[in-house]
Ligand binder design. Sequence first.
Ligand code: HXC
Length: 514
Amino acid sequence: MADKLAELRSLRQQALAGGGEARVAAQHKRGALTARERLALLLDEGSFEELGSLARHRNTDFDMAERRFPGDGVVTGFGKVDGRRVAVYAQDFTVLGGSFSEVQANKIARVQDLALQAGVPVIGLNDSGGARVQEGVGSLAAYGEVFYRNVQASGVIPQISLIMGPCAGGAVYSPALTDLVVMVDGTANMFLTGPEIIKQVTGEDVTSDELGGAWVHNQRSGVAHFEAANDQEAIALAKRLLGHLPQNNAEDAPQLVTSDPPDRADAALDAIIPQDDDQPYDMREVLDRICDAGSVLQVGEHYAGNAITAFARLDGYSVGVVANQPSVLSGVLDIDSSDKISRFVRLCDAYNLPVVTLVDCPGYLPGVQQEYCGVIRHGAKVIYAYAQATVPKLCVVTRKAIGGSYVALSSKQMGNDIAFAWPTAQIAVMGPEGAARLLNRKAAAASGDPAKSDQEFIARYREKFLNPYQAVDLGQIDEVIEPSQTRWRLIKSLELLRTKVQANPAKKHGLFPV
Ligand code: HXC
């Protein structure tokens, strides 16, 4: 018995040692933590229950027979974050570059299966050189096992990916199938094909960081939603994200106790809309003033800045906020912001978070490139996502809700439960200049003074349409509210809607306009 125990303890020691001291030192040298150090930061102390710690690959090709590490380059199991259960896997770059093997897949798939059955979120810490080359097609099939489970779990349990090192080749698709992706600046890279292959195929010269660094995917591609300065920050972010989400789609996100009074009025909001229609203001400031103090956490902050998507809290309840940002491209809806908004609305709907939309949008962006690149198809996603979402939906039109943006973002027809407008709201089919071009052309030409004629037309148009009151008469806006009262009005409305029940027609699935 003693020898058996000694063997087990020795194997456990090997599992804890990862790829050995030198590899661990190299990992630290690049500013990265090891898989176990990361899990220790993520999980409540003493809560980690490891599974598969002793599993080793059976491959004997090349020199792999001699390179068998207990755990095979990934640490998997269960634990708790702030007292709530989670499933985790963390790839260990110190073991064979964290390369993805059949054993890795078995271990990750195991926690994915258990997490789905138990209804708990999965957090994946990615740090891997991709498919283990020595395993050939076995490692490709292995990816398939994980991807399939990512898809089955999608919308049932939250899945969060932290990219903390390389994530190359097929490895990128597992994070891409998850709900939220955090990348660590300086150490994380995501790309399908690396710089060398790109150089061979297209002749382009690019560094790994330029091709797939944290900033690229946060700002240009939209693949990642958060950028963290280091491993510690990424892990802290993951914990904060979990706090905004339920354990699964049958539960609600936790309510936090807040010291921010629900009926707090904010007089600054009564003066935040500039006198001049074309002057921007910062919608982020509006959100900060309305939501619980310090609760706004932007998702995809650096991508399509003309739209804001954020987790936030109102009276301690987690909500999703969508808003146009007038200080970037006038808050226009374009291809990228449509993608960003529609994805976020679906995320909120899947996990029972009410959606609060603040609208100040001149409409969809006109332009040849936008049309060629499918602004119709992408713009349709916003309509689809809102119309399909059955969670409580509230909107506040702060200023412009022109044309398509009114219909897509704030209309009753998309299922908005309660629609508010500030007195500064302008709800119209098109802007006054566009209307003048369309409707006043002949009159202006005949007038002898086209500029004056247009001015008069625009003044009349503004008077008639650039206000919230026609929409109020038609029942499209429920109430015009004083901006300073917005927080309290939203909180009371959400309280009413907490028990909202709505179902869409039964179907296998719709055809989301991707
Ligand atoms: C096997 C691998 C590996 C891999 C790294 N290693 N990647 N072993 N399969 N995919 C091993 C290295 O041989 C090395 O072992 C150790 O891990 C550390 O790697 P280094 O190269 O020394 O580290 P570094 O210089 O930091 O470079 C890291 C790296 C590089 C940039 C990630 O290793 C790399 O380019 N790897 C390949 C990336 C890639 O192209 N992956 C795509 C695979 S194809 P030793 O013992 O020698 O130190 C794919 C398709 C799947 O994933 C499609 C599914 C749908």
